[in-house]
Design a protein around this ligand. Structure first.
Ligand code: NAI
Ligand code: MG
Length: 501
């Protein structure tokens, strides 16, 4: 069994105070129209953290009305990009003052490691905001070469009111992946955070107001997908939905957009990413990368390296070391700095992952280590490794979203490419080799939106991020993400009596 740290008493770590539980509409914290609330749960124990205002159709209508007014008549889309950028910089500075508290909110809500929140998640939000703040005054069109007695230019204008529907695995980063470029573009917006992790988004709304972002520009409506989420994606006054989550819900959002006002949609729908390790790799380094790629954030990560392909020459050594390294991975309370893996986000996900593990055993994969819940309470699962996995098994096809590695042996480069592409997803891939020719060839042959060579999870706001195939379309990060929130207008005027025509 994996190392389970027992330091899980609630009192031994700093638990954040919950300051915001209402909806944030038009610059105010308000109760839901129905007065209903829902519980957000601490996955370390299954206990209730707080009761949250539960938004539904009426609340989404109010939030969209506020965002529409702020877009159609407000200052935000009309102020200079420089001014928008300046307010976004202020917003980022305020987040920087609250890193510890914000990281703690995501830890208690989602079971995420506090240490990682402080050094990765929240700093990445600040970085995203500052990156796009710097882009806000660099949005420009082109001069158009128009034949005949005309001249033309193009303008890039904000797309309008945006609905962001986000998942629970990176509550803060997902918020800023979506909100930052949309703010820079001059859009107004409604965020519908995942119902499993409603806490930190409200804190960000509060800080946005403090930074001077006008009322109505950034609204947060917590609530469930089939009610608040569906109301947003079918709303006639919403111009765009930006979504990260499951393929099933991605389809529903496209359907809702098609049946309402044909709003544009961008979708990031997860993956089943291969990590391909070649014979020339340093085996210890490859084992560390493979462990990180699937067990980091307890496997609840859309780019998790869930299918590990190892070339036959180093396979046996790799398996031995990978099993030992999974056994030494410390599972326990995410507030404990010694711990490397916290609990799965909730009971539903915990049971879902365990069902996949049982399915893997029935399908004939060999369970090398893990496979069981651990700890006395809460939603902890042992780091799990299956060997002898085949591409047609469910555990090799479905996104498990848990700490479950599938190991596969291969002989040739051609075989590795063919098998790595044998998935309906295409979000990311990793390659471990010292051979530049192999790295180049495989990078170009894998159908996925991000390729990491001799590294994994190397993210940066400047690297466009998104899917091929059923992992979705549209890019978060990079200047590409700005394009999702902008639309192009051509302006053409006649030129009379020009001596040059
Ligand atoms: P989900 O797709 O149901 O949830 C994501 C967001 O969509 C949440 O905010 C949810 O409230 C909203 N939503 C749900 N139904 C909706 C609807 N009808 N209309 C509009 N919005 C709606 O994902 P869930 O059920 O939480 O997780 C299931 C699986 O999905 C995971 O095990 C994982 O495989 C995948 N997933 C992938 C993520 C990624 O990063 N691409 C993130 C979260 C989940
Ligand atoms: Mg929760």
């Amino acid at each position: 069994m994996a190392n389970h740290s027992n330091g899980s008493s609630k009192d031994s770590f700093t638990i954040p105070e919950i300051k915001f539980t209402k909806l944030f509409i038009n610059g105010q914290f308000v109760d839901s129209f129905s007065g209903k609330t829902f519980e957000t749960i601490d996955p370390r124990s299954g206990e209730v953290i707080a009761k949250m205002a539960e938004g539904d159709v009426e609340d989404v209508n109010l939030a969209v009305k506020a965002a529409r007014e702020a877009f159609d008549h407000g200052k935000w889309p009309r102020m200079s990009g420089y001014e928008r950028g300046r307010l976004m910089m202020k917003f980022a500075d305020l987040i920087e003052e609250h890193i510890e508290e914000l990281a703690a909110l995501d830890s208690i809500d989602a079971g995420k490691l506090l240490t990682m929140g402080k050094i990765v998640d929240i700093p990445s939000c600040i970085h995203l905001l500052r990156y796009y703040a710097g882009a806000a005054d660099k949005i420009h069109g082109n001069t158009l070469k128009v034949a005949g007695e005309y001249q033309g230019y193009s303008l890039k204008e904000p797309i309008g009111v945006v609905g962001h529907i986000t998942p629970w695995n990176y509550p803060s980063t997902m918020f800023f992946l979506k909100v930052s470029p949309a703010l820079a573009a001059g859009c107004t917006m409604i965020v519908k955070p995942a119902e499993q992790t409603p806490l930190s988004a409200l804190f960000y709304a509060h800080l946005a107001k403090q930074a001077g972002i006008p009322d109505g520009v950034l609204n947060v409506v917590n609530g469930f997908g089939s009610t608040a989420g569906a109301a947003l994606s079918s709303h006639m006054d919403v111009d765009k939905i930006s979504f990260t989550g499951s393929p099933e819900v991605g389809r529903l959002i496209m359907e809702a957009a098609a049946k309402s006002n044909l709003k544009t949609v961008s979708l990031e729908l997860g993956g089943k990413s291969p990590l391909i390790i070649f014979d020339d790799a340093d085996v210890d380094m490859a084992v560390n990368l493979a462990r990180l790629a699937i067990f980091f954030n307890k496997g609840e990560i859309c780019v998790a390296g869930s299918r590990v392909y190892v070339q036959e020459g180093i396979y046996d050594e790799f398996v031995k070391k990978a099993v030992a390294s999974a056994k030494s991975w410390v599972v326990g309370d995410p507030f404990d700095p010694q711990v490397q893996q916290g609990p799965q986000v909730n009971k539903t996900q915990f049971e879902r992952v365990l069902r996949y593990i049982e399915h893997g055993k029935r399908e004939g994969a060999t369970l090398l280590t893990g496979g069981k819940p651990c700890g006395e309470k809460g939603y902890y699962i042992e780091p799990t490794i299956f060997a002898d996995v085949k591409e047609d098994m469910l555990i090799a096809q479905d996104e498990i979203f848990g700490p479950v590695m599938s190991l596969m042996k291969f002989k040739t480069i051609e075989e590795a490419i063919e098998r790595a592409n044998c998935t309906r997803y295409g979000l990311a891939a990793g390659i471990v080799t010292k051979d530049l020719n192999i790295a180049n060839r495989v990078s170009r042959s894998i159908r996925a939106g991000t390729i990491w060579v001799n590294c994994y999870f190397a993210f940066d706001p400047d690297c466009p991020f998104g899917g091929y195939k059923m992992s979705g379309f549209g890019r978060d990060q990079g200047l590409d993400a700005m394009e999702k929130y902008l639309q192009v207008k051509s302006v053409i005027t006649p030129i009379y009596s020009s001596p040059w025509l």
